[in-house]
Design a protein around this ligand. Structure first.
Ligand code: SF4
Length: 297
């Protein structure tokens, strides 16, 4: 069995979780967190058991208690609403790399450029990023049909293109090629906003794919970067499954598999991976070899 050396928590996730833990220590429960702090069921359930209340709207938080904004970032409007709530503290756990994208979007939009943001429009990161500017001259695109639906009048404007941090750069480059085909003057030079953590984990999956018959990605179904790891393995021609934990492992996936690969999304705790490795060892994959580079952030 081969296990990606670069797997699991990234710097942005560790930072966000440290902030929630520090807040619990300082203020005691309940602590309110807007959206799941990161997209992992085990992380969320652990915090819930210690008095963290996850909410979907700022208005659900109790005044006088601390409110934490999740690692995915929030819009300007949500930030302002949070500051008016009367919380004892508003703590912004947005990953600094997402914050950097926010700044880029704001700066370019203020200079009169239209913004085209590539990503999943229902994902909190995209809602937070596009919410840095007014809806006028800002667009989210998920697929080629969205590019075709952009107004032709954009051809008269400078355009800046950015992307969700957890996509695959290849998919982003494809979409940006489509945007440039319609709007040749669109500036895609800022489009390298896929973060180091996503890129490194995808690279590790490509290495795993060269030496395995099947890859297991440990992560929750709502984790964007974990889904991209499964897609990366499949694009490399290896069947892959996204599982929250060893409990979701189907025995038939292991039929005729000689060499299995394991990795984990950026919000998956290591103990969940360790439990899967224990189950796989009990089923005969008792040799474990780590592959790929050690991550530098
Ligand atoms: Fe930040 Fe990337 Fe980690 Fe998201 S996956 S928290 S953008 S480093």
């Amino acid at each position: 069995m081969y296990v990606a050396r670069t797997r699991g928590f990234c710097g942005g996730v560790r930072r966000a979780l440290d902030m929630v833990n520090a807040c619990l220590t300082r203020y005691g429960p309940p602590v309110y967190v807007l959206h799941p702090i990161v997209h992992n069921r085990f992380v969320v359930e652990d915090f819930q058991s210690r008095g963290v209340v996850f909410i979907e709207r700022v208005a659900e938080a109790a005044p006088g208690r601390p409110l934490i904004l999740s690692a995915h970032g929030v819009s300007k409007a949500v930030e302002e609403e949070a500051s008016r709530l009367g919380a004892s503290a508003v703590i912004d756990a947005t990953c600094p790399l997402v914050k950097q994208v926010h700044r880029q979007v704001r700066d370019h939009w203020r200079e009169g450029e239209a913004v085209i943001l590539m990503g999943h429009r229902d994902h909190p990161e995209i809602q937070g990023t596009i919410g840095q500017v007014k809806s006028e001259d800002s667009y989210v695109v998920e697929c080629p049909a969205d590019i075709a639906a952009l107004p032709g009048s954009l051809a008269q404007k400078p355009i800046v293109c950015v992307a969700q941090t957890t996509l695959t750069q290849a998919k982003v480059d494809d979409m940006f090629t489509g945007i440039r085909a319609r709007f040749p003057k669109a500036d895609v030079t800022l489009g390298k906003t896929v973060c180091y953590a996503s890129t490194n984990r995808q690279q590790a999956v490509m290495e795993l794919a060269e030496m395995t018959d099947m890859i297991l990605v440990v992560g929750s179904k709502n984790s964007s970067n974990a889904n991209r790891l499964r897609e990366t393995a499949e694009a490399a021609g290896v069947p892959a499954y996204l599982i929250d934990s060893a409990g979701e492992l189907s025995p038939e996936w292991l039929n005729d598999v000689e060499s299995v690969g394991v990795t984990a999304g950026a919000s998956t705790p290591e103990y969940v991976v360790e439990r899967l490795l224990t189950v796989l060892k009990s089923r005969g994959w008792d040799s474990v070899e780590e592959v790929g580079a050690v991550e530098k952030s």
